[in-house]
Design a protein around this ligand. Structure first.
Ligand code: BES
Ligand code: MN
Ligand code: ZN
Length: 503
C-alpha cells in the first residue's frame, strides 16, 4: 500500500473514503467546517437529521458526497475524550483500523484520514498509519480461492511534511511490517514452521538485515549442556534449535557502549503436551505456541531497521513437544544449562523448560558480556486466560523499574499488561525429592508458578516475563487486528528497547 502525506485542503482530496475524527466540540473544527462548507452545509445538517451525536466516542456517520467533492464518501467518527487533552495514540490507531474496515466494505481503493485536529500531528499520523497497515495485513492462507479487492492508497491530510512526520511514518511502517511477519509465522501450520524453519528464517534475517545470527542445533546444544531444550525436543522428528540474533548499533552512536539487553522467546512450534498429552479438542491452536519466539524475531527485525543506540540480543528456544518412543517422560530428570536439575512432573509444562536453558544462556551473556536486563515472552499458561482474560497479558519479574517501563511501552503500543506477584511462599510446592526443582506447582496459581520457575534461571540479571497465552491470538477480529495471530509483543518490545536506549 502506498502512504501519502498531502498538503491539499481537506475538501480537495480525491479518495473513495475520507475519515474525519471528531472531538468534543469538533463540529466547529476547521476540517469539519471546511467540508460542511464544501457541501453547502449538507454534511452537518444530515448528521443532525439522523440524530448522530458526531462527537461521541464510537459514533460513525457515513455521508455520500454525490460528486460534490473529490471524496466519494466522508466518515465522521467520534473519538470522544477530554477536548483539552491529547487524543491517545491507541484511538488514532483504531481510527486507522476502522477506516480500513469502512473502506473495504464499500470497496474503495483509496482511503484518506484527516489528522488536523490532533495536538501532535506527527504522532497522530504515525498512529493512524500503524493502525491502517496492521489492519490491512492479510492472513496468508491456503484457500484455493483468494479474495482480491484491496486498498491501494492511504492519504494523510493535515499532517506536517516535517522530518518528525516522516520519522513517525517510517517507524510505523517498520513496526507494522515486523508485526505482520510475526503473525504470518504464527499462522503457519506446525508442519511448515518447524524449529529448523524458524532457524532458516533467522538466517535469512542475517542476509537481509545485517543482524549477527547463530542457530544452535542438537550438537551445539549438547555441548552447552542445554538438557531442557534437548529433553523437550527429543520426542519429535523435528529437532530443536536455539536461535541467537544480535543487533549492534552503528559505530559511534551515543550509548552504543550501554551494555546489551536481551529478548527471549518461547518457540514451541507445536505443543501436543507430549506424553502428558493434551485433549484433542482445540489441540490445533497449539501451533501458535511459538508466538513469543515470533514476537522476538519480529522485534529484532524492526530493531535492525530502526537502529536504536543500544545492543540488543534475541534468543528463541525452538522445539516441538511430541509424544513418541523417544519422548521425555514424567519422572525424567533434565540437567539444565545452569547446572540445576529439574524433575519433569508434566511434559506439558515444556515452555518453562526450554526457557530455563535460554534464560540462563542469555543471562550468562552467551559467551559475551552479560545483559543489562532481559525480558521473555511466552504462551506459557492456560491459567493466564482465567486470571486476566483475552485483552491483557500477565507480567512478572524481579525488577520494578523494568516492569514499569515494560508496562508503559505496552500501554503506548495498545498491548496492555497487568502484573502478577511472584509469591515466595509458593516456591516450596516445586520442591522435588530427587532433583533441584519440579516443573509444576500445586495446581493453584498456574501463571505465577510459571514465573516462579523461570526466576530460578535468570541469575541476578533484572528480568521480566510476559505470559501471552491469552492475547497471542484473536478468535474474532479486533480493531486493526484481523482474526488469527495478533503479533502481540513486537511493538511493545521495540518500544521498551527504544526507551532503554534513550535513558
Ligand atoms: N502452551 C501451553 C499454554 C497454552 C494453553 C497456550 C492454551 C495457549 C492456549 C503450555 O505449554 C501448557 O501446556 N501449560 C500448561 C502448564 C501446566 C501443565 C502446568 C497449562 O497451562 O495447562
Ligand atoms: Mn504445554
Ligand atoms: Zn506450550
Amino acid at each position: 500500500m502506498e502512504i501519502r502525506r498531502e498538503k491539499t485542503p481537506v475538501a480537495e482530496v480525491p479518495c473513495g473514503l475520507l475519515v474525519l475524527p471528531v472531538r468534543p466540540g469538533g463540529s466547529r473544527a476547521p476540517d469539519v467546517t471546511a467540508l460542511d462548507r464544501a457541501t453547502d452545509g449538507r454534511l452537518l445538517r444530515e448528521a443532525k437529521k439522523r440524530r448522530h451525536d458526531i462527537t461521541k466516542r464510537g459514533t460513525v456517520f457515513v455521508f455520500q458526497t454525490h460528486g460534490e467533492l473529490p471524496a466519494e464518501q466522508i466518515a465522521l467518527i467520534g473519538v470522544g475524550g477530554d477536548p483539552k487533552a491529547e487524543v491517545p495514540k491507541e484511538i488514532w490507531r483504531r481510527l486507522g483500523g476502522q477506516g480500513v474496515d469502512l473502506a473495504r466494505r464499500s470497496r474503495c481503493k483509496t482511503v484518506a484520514f484527516s489528522v488536523a485536529q490532533a495536538g501532535s500531528r506527527a504522532a497522530a499520523l504515525g498512529a493512524v498509519v500503524e493502525g491502517v497497515l496492521l489492519a490491512i495485513h492479510p492472513v496468508r492462507n491456503y484457500k484455493s480461492n483468494r479474495g482480491s479487492s484491496e486498498l491501494a492508497t492511504c492519504t494523510i491530510v493535515g499532517a506536517p511534511l516535517s522530518k518528525a512526520a516522516a520519522d513517525a511514518e517510517a517507524r510505523s511502517t517498520h513496526l507494522a511490517e515486523a508485526t505482520g511477519f510475526a503473525r504470518d509465522l504464527i499462522n503457519e501450520p506446525a508442519a511448515v514452521a518447524t524449529p529448523a524453519h524458524l532457524g532458516s528464517i533467522a538466517q535469512k534475517m542475517k542476509k537481509d538485515l545485517g543482524l549477527a545470527v547463530r542457530v544452535l542445533g542438537k550438537r551445539e546444544l549438547t555441548k552447552l549442556g542445554m538438557g531442557a531444550i534437548l529433553g523437550v525436543g527429543q520426542g519429535s522428528a523435528n529437532e530443536p534449535r536455539l536461535i541467537e540474533l544480535v543487533y549492534t548499533p552503528p559505530r559511534g552512536t551515543r550509548g552504543s557502549k550501554k551494555g546489551p539487553v536481551a529478548l527471549v522467546g518461547k518457540g514451541i512450534t507445536f505443543d501436543s503436551g507430549g506424553l502428558s498429552l493434551k485433549p484433542a479438542v482445540n489441540m490445533e491452536i497449539q501451533k501458535r505456541d511459538m508466538a513469543g519466539g515470533a514476537a522476538v524475531l519480529g522485534a529484532m527485525r524492526a530493531i535492525a531497521r530502526l537502529k536504536p543506540s543500544i545492543e540488543v540480543r534475541g534468543y528463541v528456544a525452538c522445539a516441538e513437544n511430541m509424544p513418541s518412543g523417544n519422548s521425555y517422560r514424567p519422572g525424567d530428570i533434565l540437567k539444565t544449562h545452569s547446572g540445576r536439575t529439574v524433575e519433569v512432573m508434566n511434559t506439558d509444562a515444556e515452555g518453562r523448560l526450554v526457557l530455563a536453558d535460554a534464560l540462563a544462556w542469555a543471562a550468562s551473556g552467551a559467551g559475551a558480556s552479560r545483559p543489562r536486563w532481559m525480558v521473555d515472552v511466552a504462551t506459557l499458561t492456560g491459567a493466564v486466560t482465567i486470571a486476566l482474560g483475552r485483552n491483557v497479558a500477565g507480567v512478572m519479574g524481579t525488577d520494578g523499574t523494568l516492569i514499569e517501563n515494560l508496562m508503559e511501552a505496552g500501554h503506548e503500543a495498545g498491548e496492555p499488561m497487568w502484573e502478577l506477584p511472584l509469591v515466595d511462599e509458593y516456591m516450596s510446592a516445586m520442591d522435588s525429592l530427587v532433583a533441584d526443582l519440579k516443573n509444576t506447582g500445586d495446581g493453584t496459581a498456574g501463571s505465577i508458578f510459571g514465573g516462579l520457575f523461570l526466576r530460578e534461571f535468570v541469575g541476578d540479571v533484572p528480568w521480566a516475563h510476559i505470559d501471552i497465552a491469552a492475547v497471542a491470538y484473536a478468535d474474532k477480529a479486533q480493531p486493526y487486528v484481523p482474526r488469527g495471530a495478533v503479533g502481540w509483543g513486537v511493538r511493545t518490545l521495540v518500544g521498551l528497547v527504544e526507551r532503554s536506549a534513550k535513558r
